[in-house]
Design a binder for this molecule. Sequence first.
Ligand code: UDP
Ligand code: MG
Length: 324
Amino acid sequence: MITVDKPTVRKPDALLSVVIPVYQEGSHIGNSIRTIENVLKDNRIVYEFILVDDGSTDNTWNELKKSAYGNDKISIIRLSRNFGKESALCAGLEYAGGDMVLVMDGDLQHPPEIIPDMVSIWLNEGYDVVEGIKHSRGKENIIYRLCAKFFYFLIYKSSDINLGKASDFKLMDRKVVEAWKTLPERAIFFRGMSAWLGFSRKEIKFDVAKRVNGKTKWSLFRLIRLAVNAITSYTSMPLHCITLLGVIMFFGALLMGIQTLFMKLSGRASDGFTTVILLQLIIGSAIMTSLGIIGIYLTKIYKEVKARPRYLISDYIRGGDDKC
Ligand code: UDP
Ligand code: MG
């Protein structure tokens, strides 16, 4: 059984950890941090920042060091290479020490103005998770929007959890973070896993702002990889679909068998060449696709069995340490 050794005290001076994964955001990350910090200060929220540089190759790390210099509220972590947003988030969550932890993006697409509302919901209404829900998805092209819809539809159908408007803008109570840390899998899909955790939740709507600068890191390929990873981490539905397909094809085979026998016995067996070719193609592609799906799960098992760490840290500068 999992027990939480540090019960949260919900008091106005509770510590808020702001975890931000940062990748190639050198041009504006300093500004983002200042903007968020101003909102926190104006609302007298006690805070710390955990900023995780996800192996950026631009000046992000230097910018983070500049922001952290002389500011004991900012801790910065540098991963040894680009591990992906989910792993960077994971690193941040493991280093966050607050009574509540807020996860957000570094490009100000998650509006900092609603942080005080989120904190106040946690403080006064007693919810364990305050989730930012996308009221409008901001500017996205039509293909991206359709793909996202299809992806969320698949997840919803296979697991009954609606992630359609969910985002990675979330405030979590310490006990939720502790529970998250007990999830052992290597392949992480933050949104799905945090939905799986449960706990009392309240949604808060926000409009996705325009990116302050730079561009999104999600190429079509990365998105497809994320989608496949998310679906296979989350549900074994595709495997059941293979079984279903097999059963359907079995009934098809019965019908075709009866028809073929009938043709044979009535002396008309010579034609049907088209049927044979069609059957070969259909069965061949069904088997290939099924093997592919099984292969994806096999790879996942292989990766989990290898049990490599989710990320590696090359530098860590804790708030208050001597930073040069
Ligand atoms: N990010 C990251 N590692 C990556 C890609 C993105 O840490 O490999 C961070 C990025 O710096 C940002 C957040 O994840 O803070 C969201 O990324 P982005 O804005 O590119 O995604 P979008 O808002 O378009 O979904
Ligand atoms: Mg963004």
